[in-house]
Ligand binder design. Structure first.
Ligand code: ZN
Length: 232
């Protein structure tokens, strides 16, 4: 998977996808329409993200967006997306079965296991083998800028035992959490080939000229996205 900026949407055998930046704010309906039109789709479908592990399939226009943090798309002509402003966003593609999943995995979703849940649903619903998957990840906050409290560290340690170098302690039970390392470990444990995982190594907190950061900008932050679909 080649993850490219909005200006240059990537195509892989009918796959249309893009990672957007600050040039669009996808919390806004007007910008969603601009992006969908630019990529050749009628609209952009995004779930109501709730930091859980629910996976839904987009197989037709939604009357109301479901509460979920992962969306599977097989049917051509539908563009789905997940939004973020620090949280890791992933695109999982099975070029063989022509199925894809978009995943939003912040710390709560990572602890809940939304990424492994998406891999499992691709396998059960679409027949995808984890080893066939191509995975792309968009910008997310790096460990240097992601200090969290003891309750987060306890939950992460419980969910991901035995993953080295997840946390650098900073005192008082707090620490710098490497969320991407946690997700990469989940992908590996789910059977995804690390050589087929590609990440845009951009920290949202540092690159607020290019993308949004909730940690840095607070409630004023807009939302960037990974969007993908199959050309109709
Ligand atoms: Zn950073």
């Amino acid at each position: 998977v080649h993850l490219l900026r909005f200006e240059e949407p990537g195509r892989l055998d009918g796959l249309v996808h893009a990672v957007t930046g600050r040039d669009l704010d996808l919390s806004l309906g007007a910008d969603r329409r601009v992006l969908a039109g630019h990529l050749g789709f009628d609209g952009l479908w995004t779930p109501v993200q709730v930091h859980g592990r629910e996976v839904v399939e987009l197989d037709g226009p939604w009357d109301a967006a479901p509460r979920a943090d992962a969306v599977i798309v097989r049917r051509p002509g539908l563009l789905a997306g997940v939004l973020g402003a620090d949280c890791p966003l992933l695109l999982l593609v099975d070029p063989r079965r022509r199925a894809l999943a978009l995943v939003h995995s912040g710390w709560r979703g990572t602890v809940a296991g939304v990424v492994p849940a998406a891999v499992a649903r691709l396998a059960s619903a679409c027949g995808s083998r984890p080893s066939d998957l191509l995975v792309g990840a968009g910008p997310s906050i790096c460990a240097d800028h992601y200090e969290v409290g003891p309750e987060v560290l306890v939950a992460v340690a419980r969910a991901l035992p035995g993953v080295p170098d997840l946390v650098r302690p900073t005192g008082d039970g707090r620490g710098l959490l490497d969320l991407w390392r946690a997700i990469a470990a989940q992908l590996g444990r789910a059977g995804v080939d690390p050589a087929r995982v590609e990440r845009l190594d951009t920290c949202t907190w540092e690159a607020t000229d290019a993308v949004y950061s909730h940690r840095r900008e607070g409630g004023r932050a807009g939302r960037h996205a990974i969007v993908a679909g199959w050309a109709g």
